[in-house]
Design a protein around this ligand. Structure first.
Ligand code: BTN
Length: 324
């Protein structure tokens, strides 16, 4: 953590109460003028910090941004989100994450307030205005590339559990669209850098329509999308959400490494909106209709077609069909 984030962390821990500049300086082993310099930067970033000559600095209010200092204050993880790279605007956090993956620690998170070229699955665009949560987690799992989709499913479970913690009913549409009342609130794009038989890095890109007005989305996705703000009727605290998300992610990722995929798959199945549904799957080469009867140990969807054949779908677009 840099000095500015450490100063902020101390103010957040004592929110509303004054902390003396002398105490901050001595605890961080820096000069009082260095503390003052960082207080000024934080104020420029929108943090409301009062100062009084005798008592010190007290934090009154925080800006509505995903500031790394705020996210890291009290974050209960050991490696996910220990390093957060923050951008006001970028083309795509996944692109940035790929570029830095080889030179940063596992668990580094890239986060942006908005994306100008957000990327979705199957080459689609991902609309990413301010108010949403657009982040990518850099992982370095020791596993073969064909198992990467296990982590995609894990990420879906993670987002779904985090949203459920905010009191909303949530389901997952295969492979990892998170739905509230049948409408999409989150999408996940996993990308890997790999040798033939070993993953170098894996990027989990998570996009959540948090405090976003989906009414302003293009017509073709407007009716099928929703936001946390719309579902709860109020703006959610995005910093709290990201903290919970990162904590949940680390806990599931460690469970996956210790106990393997079956436990994660069981959680995925329990939240699945797809199993038991009639679906239309479109892949690059064909369209298949059938009943979704399960997901296998690699995260592939198992379909039973109308002529009783079993089909295994590794990747594709999944549409739930209305039964007639
Ligand atoms: C989907 O099509 O459902 C996946 C959408 C993934 C969007 C996220 S937002 C953060 C990260 N950066 C990107 O460019 N895409 C992912």
């Amino acid at each position: 953590m840099n000095i500015k984030d450490k100063v902020l962390e101390k103010l957040i821990r004592n929110k509303g109460k004054p902390v003396s500049g002398e105490r901050i300086a001595s605890e961080l082993s820096v000069s009082r003028s260095a503390v003052w310099k960082h207080i000024k930067i934080l104020r420029d970033e929108g943090f409301m910090i009062e100062s009084s000559t005798n008592l010190g600095y007290s934090l009154r209010d925080t800006p509505d941004t995903l500031s790394p200092g705020e996210i890291k204050a009290g974050l209960e993880t050991s490696f996910i989100g220990k390093d957060i790279k923050y951008f006001k605007e970028t083309e795509s956090t996944n692109i940035l994450a790929r570029g830095m993956a080889n030179s940063v620690e596992e668990g580094t998170v890239v986060i942006a307030e908005s994306q100008t070229g957000g990327r979705g699955r199957l080459g689609r665009k991902w609309i990413s205005p301010e108010g949403g949560i657009w982040l990518s987690i850099i992982l370095k799992p020791k596993m073969q590339p064909q198992y990467a989709s296990r982590i995609t499913l894990l990420a879906g479970v993670c987002v779904a559990k985090t949203i459920r913690g905010f009191g909303l009913p949530v389901k997952i549409k295969w492979p990892n669209d998170v739905l509230i009342n049948g409408k999409k609130v989150c999408g996940i794009l996993t990308e890997i850098g790999a040798e033939v038989d070993m993953i170098d890095y894996l990027i989990v890109g998570i996009g959540i329509d948090a405090n976003v007005d989906t009414e302003s989305f293009p017509e073709e996705i407007r009716d099928s999308s929703t936001s946390l703000k719309k579902e709860t009727g109020k703006e959610i605290n995005r910093v709290d959400f990201v903290k919970k998300l990162l904590e949940e992610f680390e806990s599931l990722y460690l469970k996956f490494q210790k106990e393997g995929f079956p436990k994660i798959l069981e959680e995925w199945r329990n939240m699945s909106a797809t199993i038991g549904e009639w679906v239309k799957i479109s892949t690059q080469t064909r369209t298949i209709y059938g009943e979704a009867i399960g997901v296998d140990n690699e995260g592939a969807l198992i379909l039973e077609t109308s002529d009783g054949q079993l089909e295994k779908i590794v990747a594709g677009n999944c549409e739930h069909l209305r039964r007639t």
